[in-house]
Write a protein that binds this ligand. Structure first.
Ligand SMILES: [Zn+2]
Length: 348
């Protein structure tokens, strides 16, 4: 990778190093893959991920999540420390990310959704992308029965989505304000409708939609989660560790307390059964402050974890709560943009 201007960045880091030596940052990735469309902005290309790791290795101090905790406890964070984490447990974390992590000797934690391990199912939001943002024909009307209330979408001009539209709008994502075609509008609407639902109910609704549209209910190999064997391979060599991300990736704050505790402890038990060793870290699905509650935090502590990651941005400092560790979401930036953002985060 050639990084024009890296000398300037180096000087900037040196100049500010004294001010920010006792701060640390946790990065949040999802996938290392070339995938399009990517409406949730989950993918970082392998080329860009390699550039990120080169920046971390040259200008920062990459450490494992488990090393950050003792440092948090005794108030001695390593200088310029950066922790790499991945959420969800996609198989590309083994096949694309791990070789690069090894090349740059950067440790990482992968938070795995245990209910999907070894499954052919895609996450429901990936299914929505497959259903709505790939070329194809949908029924005239989509109906969803939610707790006795019928939700209905008349698709009219959204019935057909041809290859030209697919190519034209492959770069669309949910953070954009506009909906270039009715398909994107429908994606947004269904995403909001399905997000707060219980897993079983949502799974059935998504499967019904896939069947109604004549789309396979088993998922694409490119979008699957690690198998048990792959999870063992991922942790082989101890550079990458596995943490828990619940069983079903449901928004925990929508569940009764007992069901939250089950999602948390059953996921830990399943991952430990596969790996044969303790799983000590946890990440809240979706991870915003509204996606978990005080009861969730208590359940995580009681399940025997040592820390938990959220998904709101923030710097790790002396007062950081180890049960709600902030993380910065990383997007598909090139090395220069990544270095610039990282520099900003350390100053925040
Ligand atoms: Zn997640």
């Amino acid at each position: 990778m050639s990084l024009p201007g890296i000398g300037r960045l180096q000087r900037r880091f040196r100049g500010t190093a004294r001010l920010f030596t006792r701060r640390a940052v946790i990065l949040l990735y999802h996938r290392v893959a070339l995938s399009s469309p990517d409406p949730q902005l989950l993918c970082v290309t392998p080329a860009h991920f390699g550039e990120h790791l080169e920046v971390l290795r040259k200008y920062r101090h990459p450490i494992a999540l488990r090393s950050l905790l003792p440092a948090l406890q005794n108030g001695q964070r390593p200088s310029r420390a950066v922790v790499v984490t991945f959420d969800d447990g996609y198989a590309d974390n083994l096949h694309h990310a791990k070789p690069l992590l090894e090349r740059y000797d950067v440790p990482a934690t992968v938070f795995v959704t245990s209910g999907y391990v070894g499954s052919e199912k895609e996450f429901w939001y990936d299914d929505l992308e497959r259903l709505l943002l790939q070329p194809g024909i949908l029924p005239e009307t989509l109906r969803l029965n939610l707790n006795g209330r019928l939700h209905q979408w008349q698709l009219s001009s959204a019935v057909h989505y041809d290859k030209d539209s697919y190519r034209s709008y492959a770069g669309w994502n949910i953070s954009q304000k506009d909906n270039p075609t009715p398909r994107q509008e429908l994606y947004r609407s269904l995403f909001q409708t399905l997000l707060p639902l219980a897993d079983e109910q949502r799974r059935k609704l998504v499967d019904d939609l896939l069947i109604a549209a004549g789309v396979e209910t088993s998922g694409r190999p490119t979008h699957r989660v690690l198998s048990p064997e792959e999870m063992i391979q991922l942790t082989d060599g101890a550079l990458v560790e596995v943490g828990s991300h619940t069983v079903s990736h449901t928004v925990l704050s929508t569940l009764p307390t007992a069901a939250q505790a089950e999602e948390i402890s059953q996921s830990k038990a399943r991952l430990e059964e596969i790996l044969g060793h303790r799983v000590t870290s946890f990440a809240y699905p979706h991870g915003g402050r509204s996606h978990y509650t005080e009861e969730t935090v208590t359940a995580v502590r009681q399940a025997g974890f040592q820390c938990a990651c959220a998904a709101f941005p923030g710097i790790i400092g002396r007062a950081t709560d180890r049960w709600q560790l902030p993380r910065f979401l990383v997007r598909d930036w090139d090395g220069q943009e990544f270095a610039h953002r990282l520099s900003q985060w350390f100053r925040s």
